[in-house]
Design a protein around this ligand. Structure first.
Ligand code: ADP
Ligand code: ZN
Length: 621
């Protein structure tokens, strides 16, 4: 994931602090050592009076004497009071009988020259050298402790740990394949970071933050880095879980620190990974988590407080946008959403192409085949597959990667993931394809429906396994009864296709059923579209938002009849969907095959297939 440990620039700030610590530490140790040394030396070397010295000579207490140019150094005999110490006394030049007396007392004597060091040299030896030694030792020790504790003890209370700063990410949009939509929506931010003035001069405000939403491994971190790289601005990143500390208040301090650092370096990007770790919705869990709440509040305060015209943009990543606190999504905060979805067939091939750069590949490898065999795989999986294949080639003493390595790698990576991440089995995939084409075909073949924009069986972020998207040709303010009914037919078309083709039904239609039922019900209760109730209002929509539930304006008996009427509409629509699909069984099969092959079909192509079929049918006649 992020936090590339090899980046040289990361942790700049933390290094500065460490360096300061080491200097303080070295000064302290040098002082202490000097004082101890001084104490010991002072205790062992003692000055005595000349007369005392004379007495000692007389009383035969001296082992040896050394006579220097300006002093006399005396070593007392064992058993005397100053045993073990070194005594000294000044030399008195007038005392010419000293030697005589020493001779008489039988004390060995000697002359020495006490060298007087230059002050500079003694300063270096006594102070600078120890200081440097201790500093080197300190560095060594700190690095050990750092490694052992992560960012533990030494940075305690400093809040600088865990923020990773890169002055140049070196990643560009080229390193990010697929995800064209996501890139497009971030181009503006890149431009803004490039030249914040251009925007602030006009008075245009760019969003302070954007939320990158997508499953793990789809390249959210990579995308954020690419934005920084394209704009050539520094990149600060921290993980949401890194904020939440054991101690209340630490996370908030860390947020403050992050924003301070970033603002110094503006324009720049702040990237917060796993923002759901701090941004979880606060309602619902009473009491809650004080630390997380404080951290979240600090983040909100910082986001509101900073001046976006300076060019600080916050990107945050999550794979669970639905749990985020509403406050985070308010205008002026993360009000932009960039979906970073699982790549489709084309995207996967492009991603593979990015990752084979620098890997020696045999000329006949078929990346398209690899892409086809990895539906649902994300960028990180594909990067892994290429690496696994390269490792396998090395293991087999080959100089380049061949197709077999790739196939094997797909097995290793995908089989391992299938259990965890539920990548669809071929059978399931087929069912999903029929289901989606069912929706699309019913939509295309009924008259009162919106045209199909896109059909896809690439698993989506929000739990759906595939989807069919319809876009109205024009803005609509009124919906007719026929249109509503056909909408219900389209919703039920997915399940109908499963029934027609596979003769079995699955759980995949639960959402469709819910929506269809709600629509049918509102036809009965709100819009007065049944004969039975004529234009009688059975539910009021006015106070709906209070608790979200419609208010019933009828008796319990009537409610039972409403249910009957609703069921009647649904049954009718279900039958219509089945009829349409049975009549057009060939088209259903043909489009499903195409969808299985391509995973995503756009509206034009879809309509072209339908038209083609119609024309060939007419020719036959
Ligand atoms: P996320 O932050 O969404 O969990 P990452 O950005 O950490 O995912 O992606 C992990 C790795 O997967 C990236 O470093 C990159 O090698 C690879 N990857 C993911 N998506 C893509 C992509 N669209 N193009 C190229 N590589 C990708
Ligand atoms: Zn459906």
């Amino acid at each position: 994931m992020l936090n590339n440990k090899n980046d040289k620039d990361k942790n700049n700030k933390f290094d500065d602090n460490k360096f300061k610590y080491i200097i303080y530490y070295a000064i302290a140790v040098t002082l202490v050592v000097f004082l101890i040394n001084d104490y010991v030396v002072n205790n062992q070397v003692k000055h005595i009076k000349y007369t005392e010295f004379n007495t000692m000579v007389q009383e035969n207490q001296i082992k040896e004497v050394q006579i220097a140019s300006d002093k006399i150094i005396i070593y007392p005999k064992e058993g005397t009071k100053d045993e073990g110490k070194v005594l000294y006394t000044g030399k008195i030049a007038e005392d010419e009988e000293l030697i005589e007396r020493l001779k008489k007392a039988n004390v060995p004597y000697d002359g020495v020259v006490v060298k007087q060091d230059s002050p500079i040299k003694s300063f270096i030896v006594n102070w600078v050298l120890p200081f440097l030694i201790f500093m080197a030792l300190g560095r060594f020790m700190f690095s050990k402790i750092d490694k052992k504790m992560g960012s533990g003890v030494m940075s305690f209370g400093k809040n600088t740990a865990k923020i990773y700063a890169e002055s140049e990410t070196g990643v560009t949009f080229k390193d990010m394949a697929g995800q064209e939509e996501a890139k497009e929506s971030l181009v503006e931010i890149v431009d803004f970071l490039h030249n914040p003035k251009k925007y602030s001069e006009i008075g245009a405000k760019l969003p302070k933050g954007a939320l990158l939403v997508g499953p793990p491994g789809t390249g959210k971190t990579l995308l954020a880095k690419a934005v920084a790289g394209e704009a050539k601005v520094p990149f600060f990143s921290i993980s949401g879980s890194g904020f939440v500390e054991m101690f209340v208040g630490m996370g908030a301090a860390r947020v403050r620190d992050l924003f301070n650092q970033a603002q110094e370096k503006a324009p720049c990007i702040i990237f917060i990974d796993e923002i759901d770790a701090i941004g979880k919705s606060r309602d619902g869990n009473l009491g809650g988590n004080d630390e997380r709440e404080q951290t979240l509040n600090q983040l909100l305060a910082e986001m509101d407080g900073f001046d976006s015209s300076k060019g600080v943009v916050i990107l945050a990543a999550t794979n669970r946008p639905e749990v985020l606190d509403k406050a985070l999504l308010r205008p002026g905060r993360f009000d932009r959403r960039v979906i970073v979805d699982r790549p489709d067939l084309n995207g996967r091939e492009e991603i593979l192409k990015v990752h084979i750069k620098g890997v020696k590949m045999s000329e006949d490898v078929d990346l398209n085949a690899v892409a086809r065999s990895t539906p649902g795989a994300v960028g990180a999986d594909l990067a892994n597959i290429i690496n696994e294949a390269a490792l396998r080639a090395v293991k087999n003493n080959r100089k380049e990667v061949i197709q077999e390595d790739l196939n094997e790698a797909v097995e290793v990576i995908i089989a391992g993931k299938e259990k965890r991440d539920r990548i669809l089995s071929p059978k399931e995939k087929r069912a999903v394809a029929f289901h989606e084409v069912g929706h699309a075909l019913v939509a295309a073949l009924l008259t009162n429906t919106d045209p199909v924009h896109k059909i896809t069986i690439v698993p989506r972020t929000m739990g759906a396994l595939g989807y069919t998207m319809q876009l109205p040709t024009e803005e609509k303010y009124l919906i007719t009864k026929e249109e509503m009914f056909d909408q219900i037919c389209v919703m039920l078309g997915g399940r109908a296709a499963e029934e027609v083709v596979l003769n079995s039904i699955s759980t995949g239609a639960s959402n469709d059923i819910e929506k269809a039922t709600a629509t049918a019900r509102s036809m009965v209760t709100i819009y007065g579209m049944t004969e039975k109730f004529d234009m009688m209002g059975l539910e009021s929509t006015s106070n709906r938002y209070l608790d979200g539930r419609p208010v019933k304006n009828c008796s319990a008996e009537t409610e039972a009849i409403i249910d009957e009427e609703t069921l009647k509409i649904i049954k009718e629509a279900h039958k219509k969907a089945i009829d349409v699909l049975t009549e057009n069984r060939e088209l259903l099969d043909k489009i499903t095959e195409r969808l299985l092959e391509k995973e995503t079909i756009m509206g034009d192509e879809f309509m072209a297939i339908i038209k083609g079929e119609e024309e060939s049918a007419q020719e036959e006649e």
